[in-house]
Design a protein. Structure first.
Length: 299
């Protein structure tokens, strides 16, 4: 399914901003470290997370994209750091990411780990320096820490690793456990993007709640589609090694529900995301199209 035009436009704008942001640090960051950070950060991808933030901002009436771009850069830094760590031999042990050798393959493991660490810290630096009210800035930082840390993405990764160990030991995984993993590992950051975009636009009440509900639904939709793609798409199409979930006994929607029921559940999550957009009226059309696109990836 072809990506919505705005997603391509947001990705292009983000790439320009990323290049500029990295260039400003050339004189203060060790050359090899900056090279590794840039290698992974500029490797492409759909940039769905920053697009979610920017489109939620627009859907809530925001117009000053330059003002909120640091938050979009920050979430891409967090996401990229997580990918570098995911690909390490001690984690998912992958050689391919976005069609290129993974960071630890192109450089080495130590450099890759440090590049990921630097990107994580850089994300918080970017949000902390935003030209927004102090109370809002603190709120964004606090919620980003929750979404990316032990109560969010990192906690979800640990649950995922535990599930692999349990599966290897012959223990059955239940659907609620899979949902718990992915609400943390994938959903927390996507949810942050939608809420952050809305808050940066000054949204509250029903409009903020709409973006929050949309983010939760899209978070699960994205993961279900990803699980489906792992068994239906080729490595060339994915830009990473296909079939790794089954190979590593991953707790996925497909492994628990099967392919057909997973697709039905993805439909349900898409419909919940669309329903969440109703209070946004015409301003929510881009978010609706993004939900359709995310679902289409897994068909």
């Amino acid at each position: 399914m072809k990506a919505p035009e705005f997603l391509t436009e947001d990705a292009a704008a983000l790439s320009v901003a990323l290049i500029s942001m990295l260039a400003k640090r050339e004189s203060v960051v060790p050359e090899e470290l900056l090279a590794a950070m840039s290698y992974s950060l500029l490797a492409g991808g759909k940039r769905v997370r920053p697009a979610l933030l920017l489109e939620s901002y627009r859907a809530c009436g925001g117009t000053d994209i330059e003002r909120v771009m640091p938050a979009a850069l920050a979430i891409e830094c967090i996401h990229t750091y997580s990918l570098i760590h995911d690909d390490l031999p001690c984690m998912d042990d992958d050689d391919l990411r976005r069609g290129n050798p993974t960071c630890h393959k192109h450089f080495d493991e130590a450099t890759a780990i440090l590049a990921a660490d630097a990107l994580q810290a850089l994300a918080f630096e970017l949000v902390a320096a935003m030209d927004v009210e102090a109370e809002l800035r603190c709120s964004l930082l606090h919620r980003l820490a929750l979404a990316s840390g032990c109560q969010g993405m990192v906690g979800g990764q640990v649950l995922d690793m535990q599930a692999e160990h349990n599966a290897a030991s012959g223990k059955q995984m239940e659907l609620l456990q899979v949902e718990r993993i992915h609400l943390h590992k994938t959903g927390a950051l996507l949810h942050w993007c939608c809420e952050a975009g809305a808050k940066l636009a000054g949204a509250d009440g029903k409009v903020l709640d709409a973006c929050s509900r949309y983010g939760k639904s899209v978070g699960l939709l994205f993961q279900i589609a990803d699980d489906i793609l792992d068994v239906t798409a080729s490595s060339e199409e994915l830009g990473k090694s296909a079939g790794k979930d089954a190979e590593q006994n991953k707790a996925t929607y497909v492994s628990i529900l099967g392919l057909q029921r997973s697709r039905e559940l993805a439909d349900e999550m898409r419909d919940m995301a669309l329903d969440a957009c109703l209070p946004l009226a015409a301003q929510g059309e881009q978010l609706k199209s993004l939900a359709h696109y995310i679902l289409g990836r897994g068909l």
